[in-house]
Ligand binder design. Structure first.
Ligand code: HEC
Length: 102
């Protein structure tokens, strides 16, 4: 039992910095200039994006494509330009992080 508690504590400690690192990545890639986690700015709140893609089997792949190539017509009249400074790996990290925000 003690060991189980210890393992859960370690898992929790490991998970929290990972989420912060992904938010830092989003900030460093200027995503947060147009997005916030819980309210609409220029782009939709990441919470709403997470709700849209939650449980969709190709959700991460779809988001990665849009993060890298841009997106238009899904949320309103303003398009998202392609984020050319983001690698496939980084886009995957960001998409998975966004999905944790719902
Ligand atoms: C110049 C402003 C801007 C920047 C910078 C930006 N976005 Fe967006 N983003 C938008 C807008 C506007 C939309 C809505 C586009 C639409 O209606 O299809 C959007 C939509 C999205 C979506 C949802 C796409 C969908 O299929 O519903 C995701 C995911 C996303 N952005 C992630 C990111 C990430 C990650 C970054 C940083 C690498 C980023 N965005 C940078 C403006 C921006």
């Amino acid at each position: 039992m003690k060991r189980l508690i210890l393992i859960s504590a370690i898992t929790l400690m490991a998970a929290a910095p990972a989420a912060r690192a992904d938010q830092a990545l989003a900030t460093s890639k200027a995503c947060m200039a147009c997005h916030a986690t819980d309210k609409k700015l220029v782009g939709p709140a990441y919470k709403e994006v997470a709700a849209k893609y939650a449980g969709k089997k190709d959700g991460v792949a779809t988001m990665v494509g849009k993060i890298m190539k841009g997106s238009s017509g899904d949320w309103g009249p303003v398009p998202m330009p392609a984020n050319v400074n983001v690698s496939n790996d980084e886009a995957t990290k960001l998409a998975k992080w966004i999905l944790t925000l719902k």
